[in-house]
Every structure is written in C-alpha cells, then in structure tokens.
Unconditional design. Structure first.
Length: 367
C-alpha cells in the first residue's frame, strides 16, 4: 500500500465554476480518511481527480513518491468503488471480479486464487456463478468491492458506495467495510454526505464545504471540538442546536442571555469570553447534552430553563423532544421513559461543560 498526498488541488470548470479550491490532504499508509460534506461541496470531484477521471486545474497528486497528475487512470494503481456498482450485467460475478485481471494478463491460476480469496473475505463465494440481476443491492455492492480487492491496488477509493442501499443494509455494509479495512490494512479514501458513516468508518474526517476542507481531524475531535458553526451543525444527529443571544456579566459571573432565559457559564470559559461581554454571540448545545430536569442530578436555577414541548418523536430507545421558547426552537434527546405530553411546559437542563460559543460574524468557534 502507499501514502497519498494532495497538494493545493483545485478544479475550475468552464464558466468559472470552482468545484475544488486549494485542497491539501496527506493520507498515511493504511489510513482510512473520509471526505464528508453536503452535495455539491466538491468531495466527489476531488476523489475523481485522485482516480484520474478528472484532471486538476492546479495542484499536484502523489501516490507514494510518484506524481500522477498526467498519468491515465488505468496506470495509477488505484481501485474505485462507485455508488451505482458499475457491474457488467451480462457477466457472472466471477467474471466481473476477474475482468480487470484478465486485461492485465494475469495467469488463470493467479486470477482464480485472487477472486476466490476476495469472495471469501466478502462472503460472496456462493454467488460467483450468478449474474448481477440475480443479486440484492447489498450483494452487488460486495461484488463491486471484491472487484477492487482482487487488484490489490495501492489506494482504494469509495464514492458514496452505500447511498443506494436501504437503511438496514447500509448499517450492515458499513460494518463490512470497516472489517475489510481492518483485515486488508489498505489505504482508503471514502466520500459520503452521511455523517454516521464518517464517524464510524474514518480514522480521520475531512469536512468539506464550497470546495474547501474546513476541518481535518479524528471523528471525536471533529464532534467535540468543531472549528466553526458549519462543522458543528453538520456533525451529529440530530444536529447541534444554535441560539442567538448575548454574554452578560453579573457580579463576577458570566451568563448567556437568550432574551427569555439565561444560564450561567462555567468559570473555565471566562478567559475566552471576556471580549464578548455585552456583544451578540451564538450559543451551541448538542441535543444529547440537554436533559429533562426530573432526570438531571445537577440541575440548578442557573442551568435550567422552561420550554414548550411542541413535538415528541419516539425513536425506540430514545425520544426526540422538539422544544421552543418564544425566540428559538431546539431539540433534546432523552431516554425513552421520558416522554412529556405535547403542548406542556418542560423544565430542561443544559450540560454547561459541553456548550459551545461561536462568533456571529465569522461563525468561528470561540470556546
């Protein structure tokens, strides 16, 4: 396997449309990196440039120590798994998996070993004599992954490979891809708009927006320490709640004042918020860090507010409470045993150790 190094990569289409803007990314040998972002953010275009299916307007792509900007896709020693499987419908599974090896002149014995080894890893040995139309969506995706594995490439590229699967199959295939990476220890880049896939699969996540990488870090760091409001809102399900208000000082303490309620800020945050006193600010709190007062052992008058329960969504083990003040709506995730009645007022508690503050002008994190 090999490292992948992208330096100052840009792609500008005719008409001046910029799809990727000055992206730099170093993927270590055997690392699994996820490109995460909304549709149109440039993640698939970046992947296609690495694959050789698009050519960069500016910047360099290295696979190992080799500059591959002008190297055709077939000679880059990469394998790509697409969203739509891209299997040959008239060929059996065995032939789909072996086709690229035949083109490269491998012996029948070597081809047979590689195909059967890959089929064993992916659990599709019993499907080798079937044709794609006889397979389920999950089975087709396994075959598409198997076709990549048999080549033993330097780098694996995945372009939203689970988008066409139903929810249950996505979970299963996500687990299979994770196990596959652990087993074959390959260098992998995975493109998705699904933050759950990113959090569960990636060694690191590159969050993209408008053709740029906003933050590159481990899943937990991206979740716990987002660099700006966009990253904070994109990671997490349900997403982070945001409320506008002001920082006020009362005696020697600082409070976030939303207008209809105020909560006391922890002293360890004061240093970074001193310059924000009496100024507008964005308060961020994740739904899982909001609790019903009845179930919060550390509830005080300074971290509790009263909100209207607009909607309760029952999710099985959890309930999503859609709450509102006269100024803002927000979501809390609670245990399934906690199901307040719609239309009633609820006292909820913020975990003040886990709140975030953002600059309303730049949307960058303050604390």
């Amino acid at each position: 396997m090999a490292q992948l190094n992208i330096k100052n990569l840009s792609k500008v289409y005719s008409g001046g449309v910029t799809a990727v803007s000055d992206v730099s990314l170093a993927v270590e040998n055997k690392e699994f990196v996820v490109l995460l972002g909304p549709s149109g953010c440039g993640k698939s275009t970046a992947l296609r440039m690495v694959a050789g299916l698009e050519f960069p307007t500016k910047g360099d792509i290295y696979i190992g120590d080799r500059l591959v900007n002008n190297v055709p896709a077939k000679d880059r020693d990469i394998a790509m798994v697409f969203q739509n499987y891209a299997l040959y419908p008239h060929m059996k599974v065995y032939d789909n998996m072996s086709f690229a090896l035949k083109l490269r002149g491998y012996s029948k014995r070597d081809i047979d070993k590689r195909v059967k080894d890959a089929a064993e890893i992916l659990g599709v040995t019993r499907l080798l004599e079937r044709k794609p139309w006889e397979l389920s969506g999950g089975e087709r995706q396994r075959v598409a992954v198997g076709r990549a594995i048999v080549r033993k490439p330097l780098v694996f590229l995945f372009d939203e490979p689970l988008s066409n699967l139903d929810a249950k199959m996505r979970v299963q295939m996500r687990t299979e891809i994770h196990k596959l990476h652990l087993k074959i220890q390959a260098t992998m880049i995975y493109v998705t708009h699904d933050q759950t896939e990113a959090m569960t699969l990636g060694d690191r996540i590159a969050v993209m927006k408008d053709g740029k990488i906003l933050q590159l870090d481990t899943p937990l760091n991206v979740y716990d320490r987002p660099i700006n409001k966009f990253v904070a809102g994109f990671i997490g399900s349900p997403p982070m709640n945001f409320m506008e208000g002001r920082i006020i000082k009362k005696d020697s303490s600082l409070y976030f004042d939303e207008g209809k309620f105020k909560v006391k800020i922890l002293a360890q945050m004061y240093d970074k918020l001193t310059d924000c006193i009496d100024k507008k600010i964005i308060f961020g709190v994740r739904p899982e860090d909001i609790y019903d007062k009845l179930f919060a052992s550390y509830a005080t008058a300074e971290n509790t507010l009263i909100a209207l329960c607009d909607v309760v969504e029952t999710m099985g083990a959890q309930n999503y409470l859609y709450l509102s003040t006269s100024k803002h709506t927000f979501v809390a995730v609670t245990d399934s045993s906690n199901k307040p009645s719609t239309g009633n007022m609820v006292e909820v508690v913020f975990d003040m150790k886990k709140i975030h503050f953002f600059d309303p002008a730049t949307e960058k994190i303050i604390v």
